[in-house]
Write a protein of this length. Structure first.
Length: 381
């Protein structure tokens, strides 16, 4: 039957062997203190960047910042921790050179740390190096280059928008110039107002000719009536008067025929001018509609281009270095106190675990030999 655990015996067992944990703690103290003092010191400098909302937004929106928006600002960590930026920093400070040079990826993991402070618009850049001044210079350099990189990205985005607006403006201007040229050609030709006056003039002349034609036809009818009446008479006077009437009838018929021809010519001319007038009016209406549309598109494109140029650099978030950091006075690593305390705690726990295992082992042995000898071996410990 397994022996039960006795707390008093365990405490007595540990107290009787106090030298073991004491030696373990002392050795851990010496080793941790020695190693901590021998390890090279490393200094951590911190530079801070504030992320302001786009300047083109309403100022009231800048105050009512949502948690989702703050969380989206973590994307700016990629700007500060980009490989290309850290590579430029390595070249700028001549880091990682020499026989013991290491890859930039591992060097970045060991040297640089970028975090956005929770629920704030602050981006912290931590640089850890053996040289305190170089650590501060590196943190400031990465912060400033992050701001420049963000600004360049915003300018590239705005340039894309402005280029698109410029293309639309040029297309609208070309269309507007084309419509203006068409309007100039139209104005160089015969205007609709002039054609209207010509149509009115021809119509007035046609009316006069028509009245004369009606009068001539009436005269012809009168001459024909007189001719029939005088043809029945056989006197000499009648014959003379008949010859005079026939002579007047021929002249009147010739005049009526001429007037009829002129009336037909004027009718054809009036019809042609009215047709041309309708064409010119239709062309004028189409040109006016095209001109209004082209001018509206040109004004809209001009306004869009001016707006895109005036807001250049104001669409995206704006980054500012609010704290370039200071040269750290105390090393961030190694932490001698923390290392010593951790070593002491580990040594104490390990020694207690060892003593506990040893105590349990002796308890089991005593339980095995007690039925044989009749005496507990724990009594002699």
């Amino acid at each position: 039957m397994p022996a039960s655990f006795n707390a008093f015996e365990y405490v007595h067992y540990v107290r009787s062997r106090w030298r073991f944990p004491a030696i373990a703690v002392a050795v851990a103290l010496v080793l941790s203190l020695g190693v901590s003092l021998l390890l090279p010191k490393r200094y951590t400098a911190i530079a801070s960047i504030v992320i302001d909302p786009p300047a083109g937004e309403d100022a009231r929106m800048a105050v009512a910042v949502s948690t989702m928006y703050l969380e989206s600002l973590k994307t700016f960590e990629a700007f500060a921790s980009s490989d290309s930026l850290f590579t430029r920093a390595i070249q700028h400070f001549h880091m990682g050179e020499g026989v013991f040079a290491e890859p930039s990826e591992s060097l970045k993991r060991r040297v640089l740390r970028v975090t956005k402070v929770r629920d704030t618009r602050i981006l912290e850049i931590r640089a850890t190096l053996p040289d305190a001044k170089q650590a501060q210079a590196l943190a400031q350099y990465v912060a400033e280059e992050t701001v420049n990189l963000s600004r360049a990205n915003n300018l590239a985005s705005d340039r894309e928008v402005s280029d698109q607006a410029q293309k639309q403006f040029e297309a609208a201007k070309a269309k507007f110039d084309q419509v203006q040229a068409e309007w100039a050609r139209y104005m160089a030709g015969e205007s609709a107002e002039a054609l209207e006056k010509e149509v009115e003039s021809v119509a007035g002349l046609q009316g006069t000719i028509r009245e004369q034609l009606m009068s001539a036809n009436a005269d012809v009818a009168e001459y024909e009536s007189r001719e029939k009446a005088m043809a029945a008479g056989g006197t000499e006077d009648s014959r003379k008067e008949l010859a005079f009437v026939r002579q007047g009838l021929g002249g009147t018929r010739a005049r009526a025929a001429m007037l009829a021809k002129q009336n037909e010519e004027l009718r054809s001319e009036a019809a042609a001018k009215r047709h041309l007038l309708e064409q010119r009016k239709s062309e004028r209406d189409v040109l006016i509609a095209k001109f209004k549309t082209a001018q509206s598109n040109f004004d809209e494109a001009s306004s869009r281009l001016r707006g895109s140029l005036s807001l250049t650099g104001l669409h995206g978030e704006r980054l500012h270095v609010v704290d370039p950091g200071i040269v750290p006075q105390r090393p961030s690593a190694p932490n001698v106190v923390l290392n010593v305390l951790a070593a002491l705690l580990i040594a104490l726990v390990v020694s207690l675990v060892y003593l506990t295992i040893s105590f349990n082992y002796q308890v089991r042995r005593s339980a095995e030999y007690e039925p044989v000898f009749g005496v507990s071996s724990r009594a002699h410990d």
